[in-house]
Ligand binder design. Sequence first.
Ligand SMILES: Cc1ncc(COP(=O)(O)O)c(C=O)c1O
Length: 390
Amino acid sequence: MIVRADRLQHISSAVFYELEAVKQELTQRGIPVTDLGIGSPDMPPVAHVQQAFSQALSQRGVYGYPTTQGTASFKEAASHFVSARYGVSLDPAHEILTLMGAQDGLAHLALALVNPGDIVLIPDPGYPIYEVSVHLAGGIPYHLPLLAERGYLPDFEAVPHDVLRRSRMMILNYPGNPVTAIPPQDFFTTVIDVARRHEIAVVHDAAYIELVFDGARSPSFLATPGATDVGIELHSLSKTFNFAGPRLAFAAGNRDILSALQTLKSNIDYGVFRAAQAAGETALNGAEETIVAMRQQYASRRDIFISTLAESGWHVDPPAATMFVWAPIPGDRDSRLFARRLLENTGVACVPGIGFGAHGEGFVRFALVHPAGVLQDAARRIGHFFTTMH
Ligand SMILES: Cc1ncc(COP(=O)(O)O)c(C=O)c1O
């Protein structure tokens, strides 16, 4: 008999499995499903990045093992990107580490920094790997509620002193998934102050930092004075450059954190396929144009989705950033039930907010990962379902 390790008890995907089963059932019955669940980009990388990828495939040595830390030229491109966009000057050899997606960093950082029994501060609602990674390392997650009345910022004053004393790491995510808020410019100054006073390593997941709309800018943790003394920032190529499949991201900032992570990872993986790093380098070097186009693309998808929903009477605040719409469920507060019913009645899949933590209850998340016409059609069907609820 196969017995699962106890630690897997903390990895519950029940919320997601349940919807997956309904999706499969609908598909088998020939009912088309519009999946606004997982945030997987539907668009390809821009042409010159695809070209760089295919050219790299015939380069000498590309099929050998890469190295955990990443190629020097990718890290140089990453350092140049951070300097050009956030005005931060970093040493690519020690202050940048290539990752197999931000997920790789997030899954392993707690193992590299946290001892059993240590506390890690995580946002609630938050991206699920934050909590899972802490459990895998034997740590204790402490939830920082992100509430509308506080602009979705954590209230560090409300965290008991003993918790702060026992905290080794905190994970933050702005603009966030699922909460799409942009913090004020001075937010990270407060974070760095708390981190210094309590010796807490800061991990800022900046996966959506470039997906901002209407001229907004989301501040970089890295660009805040003192950031590299206490933490790192994770930059992913998945969303910004439609490069989710090849698995490429980088961590930037504090060299001690990066060196601990590299030590761990050098026993786990051999790094990212060199061809993907070469294409990623091209993407980073030509970032400005891609980013402008990407923002326009998602902003127009957002507008059509939100305005079509509003026609039915479901008014949702347009997100200032990210590829997600975080929608408060009218009336019915049970997000799991709502998502299930929505899927069964309309064929539109979304993610119930409870899957992101207790403070996600009462919300659902829609990912804008289809062309505008498909989103408009989905929003019409959702709207129709919404009106029949009343
Ligand atoms: C907040 C957040 N962080 C990290 C990731 C993972 O990104 P990557 O593809 O770089 O592993 C995601 C993916 O959806 C995300 O939403």
